[in-house]
Design a protein around this ligand. Structure first.
Ligand code: MN
Ligand code: MN
Length: 459
């Protein structure tokens, strides 16, 4: 149903389920701050629910059929789950797809330098950020360092009580007259987003003694040499846990809602799908925030190749049948949209904006400047989805991101649409999207879970 505020419709049982889902989600956010960490969590959850590694299944030459559950991991940064139904070729698949990468600061390949007895890690920001958001805030460092011999060192510093954190400094207000006259886009420059990581010199060292001390520490504690930054993926993210927000605890403030607030209910719904008639599929991809390119982004052929592997394991190997399977599929591109913000009301067209507490948001199209670059979902498909959502009592709303010509954004929707399948954007309204701490309503998280489950069960 198109809903007004959904909170007032909840009974005790709904509230209990909503709080349980929210608590699980907050733990997911705390443990999954990067695409690699999210992939690990998703695989761990899937295994508990009887999912097997598709690579192992195919290596053994095992046959797949109805009721089989498999997962496929792409370079540790993306993962796809399949629960096989009756007729994968003619029924296609019910696909829900979210991304698990989020905006942040990536450490450069040659990052470490000393300047005036302070040591920094140089960064290049990832995804769309307001650069001034990332100064004077505790940052944690997550990722991997891979040594030439293949040893992989996993890093997570700044999350546990007692861990040190890192930060980018900002110019003090007292002498910031000129800085404050700059436009917001340059008030903090991208090249100035360097993270302070040390200030204590190594005894007996003359030149760059602080850098020498940091390098010694990295060597002693982690076995990392300076050159090892070349083969590392280290991400600086806001340090700390997701929190309930508001006197009424109706909201969640957290890092990476975009798009983990869709990934988590998608995963939860997928785990509850039991022997579906139509094959259900959950995609969790990387690199959406930089345009879905690269081997782990949605534009990679990985998904198609995995579908080929599954069909092959089912004794189906014709191109025609692969095409049919893809074309006959339906997809929810599970991504966030902008929540209406009364403080910036003039940037929205209110009746076509997503409101907190009004449920799952469908966006027929996204894009910018005349819907440019967007998928545009079919009316017939939307009608079918209305029927499913109504049948399962899911509260939903429709929205565009902001007023016409105010800007815009994109998702992975157009990439799946290349196969000729039905695709629509469908996710959660977020306040302060892409800020270090974004906010969502718990009720929208709950309605999304209900909506994704209804779709996966009978899309
Ligand atoms: Mn997104
Ligand atoms: Mn985004």
């Amino acid at each position: 149903m198109i809903h007004d505020n959904v909170w007032t419709t909840y009974g005790k049982e709904d509230i209990e389920k909503l709080e349980k889902l929210s608590a699980g989600y907050m733990e997911f956010l705390d443990r999954g701050k990067t695409e690699r960490e999210c992939t690990e969590l998703i695989v761990e959850t899937a295994k508990k629910h009887g999912y097997r590694d598709l690579a192992e299944v195919t290596a053994k030459g095992e046959k797949l059929g109805r009721g089989d559950k498999v997962y496929a991991v792409n370079m540790g940064k993306a993962v796809m789950l399949f629960n096989i139904g009756e007729d994968i070729v003619n029924d296609g698949m019910n696909i829900v797809g979210a991304h698990i990468d989020s905006p942040r600061l990536d450490i450069k390949q040659n990052p470490l330098y000393e300047s005036d007895e302070l040591v920094y890690l140089d960064t290049h920001y990832y995804g769309g950020i307001k650069k001034y958001h990332y100064v004077v805030m505790p940052l944690a460092l997550h990722g991997v360092v891979v040594r030439p011999d293949g040893t992989k060192i996993t890093i997570s510093i700044g999350e546990k009580d007692g861990d040190p954190v890192f930060f980018v400094s900002d110019l003090l207000i007292h002498i910031a007259k000129e800085q404050l006259e700059k436009p917001g886009s340059t008030v903090v420059e991208g090249e100035n987003l360097d993270i302070l990581v040390g200030s204590r010199p190594l005894e007996g060292e003359e030149k760059d003694a602080v850098k020498a001390a940091v390098l010694k520490l990295l060597k002693d504690e982690y076995g990392i040499e300076e050159d090892d930054f070349i083969s590392a993926e280290l991400e600086a993210v806001p340090a700390g846990k997701a929190r309930e927000a508001g006197f009424d605890r109706s909201m969640i403030l957290g890092y990476g809602h975009d798009d983990r607030c869709c990934a988590f209910p998608e995963l939860t719904a997928m785990m509850e799908v039991d022997k579906p008639k139509t094959t259900s599929c959950a995609l969790f991809v990387d690199k959406e925030e930089t345009g879905s390119l690269g081997a782990t982004g949605m534009e990679s052929y990985f998904f198609e190749y995995m579908v080929r592997e599954i069909l092959f394991s089912m004794g189906i190997s014709s191109e025609t049948e692969l095409g049919r399977c893809m074309r006959n599929s339906r997809m929810l591109s599970a991504d966030v949209t902008a929540a209406f913000d009364p403080l910036y009301a003039s940037k929205f067209e209110k009746k076509n904006s997503a409101m907190f507490g009004h449920g799952l948001t469908f966006c027929k199209y996204t894009g910018a400047r005349g819907k440019s670059g967007s998928n545009d979902a079919n009316a017939e498909y939307i009608a079918r989805l209305r029927q499913i959502m109504d049948k399962h009592g899911v509260a939903y709303q429709t929205a565009e991101m902001g007023k016409v010509d105010e800007g815009g954004g994109g998702t992975i929707a157009y990439i799946l649409a290349l196969y000729g399948m039905q695709v629509i954007d469908c996710g959660i309204a977020v306040l302060s999207m892409h800020a270090p701490w974004e906010a969502i309503s718990k009720s929208d998280l709950y309605e999304s879970y209900k909506g994704y489950k209804a779709f996966l069960t009978e899309g």
